[in-house]
Design a protein around this ligand. Sequence first.
Ligand code: PEP
Length: 251
Amino acid sequence: MHLKPVIAANWKLNHTPSDARAFLQRFLAQAPKLHERTLIFFPSAITLTTVVDGLKDRPEIWVGVQNVHLEAQGAFTGENSVLMARDVGARVVLVGHSERRHVFGETDAMTTKKMALIAQARLTPMLCVGETLAERESGQTTEVVERQLRAGLSELDDAQIGSIMLAYEPVWAIGTGRTATPEDAGEIHGGLRRALVSRVGEKAAAGIPILYGGSVNRGNASQLLAAPDVDGLLVGGASLDADSWASIVRA
Ligand code: PEP
């Protein structure tokens, strides 16, 4: 199956609501409706409603949140919930982004719980997996990403797994200017696809988009997208500028 590529912008802790309005004005002026791509924006929770409003005439563009709390509601000051995300129009939730894992100490057990919570709320979880440089250099890449994948899927049934998105984001490539080669990305994505096949079968696994992320820019986007089993791109730094983003979505 050839999947429609998913091109996603992770704005991290950037872009105020005013910045987002200016970005969308510039980006939408040069981005006619793209039938052959699924575009997703992951703004901060505070900027989310501004982005949803700015895209009200472009319902084909999805909006997501970068994180949700482990519980759907309660006494958790400062957190954001999956129910709130859904209520304001988010359709996707990033889970286990490397910054959540390495800056905020998110564990596999936490990603397990979040994946289940998000699937139950009928939103699409986008599970991020990826090895550190030390893990890569000691030959543990496959073991690490497959362990993170198993944890993320462990409380989902087959139908829920069929509706997820997956992102391979080598930690050493995020925000560093270093990217995996298309060959490396294709090899890891192929391994992730095989792991999905053994969990849910050929047909369901073929329908799960596996995105690559890690220093994607307008110069390398189309080559990475052409690699085998690379069904999309998750882009941080290069998604912050409207012109750069407009050329990446056309990659
Ligand atoms: C990311 O934040 O998911 C990411 C891939 O960042 P960058 O493109 O800046 O490496």
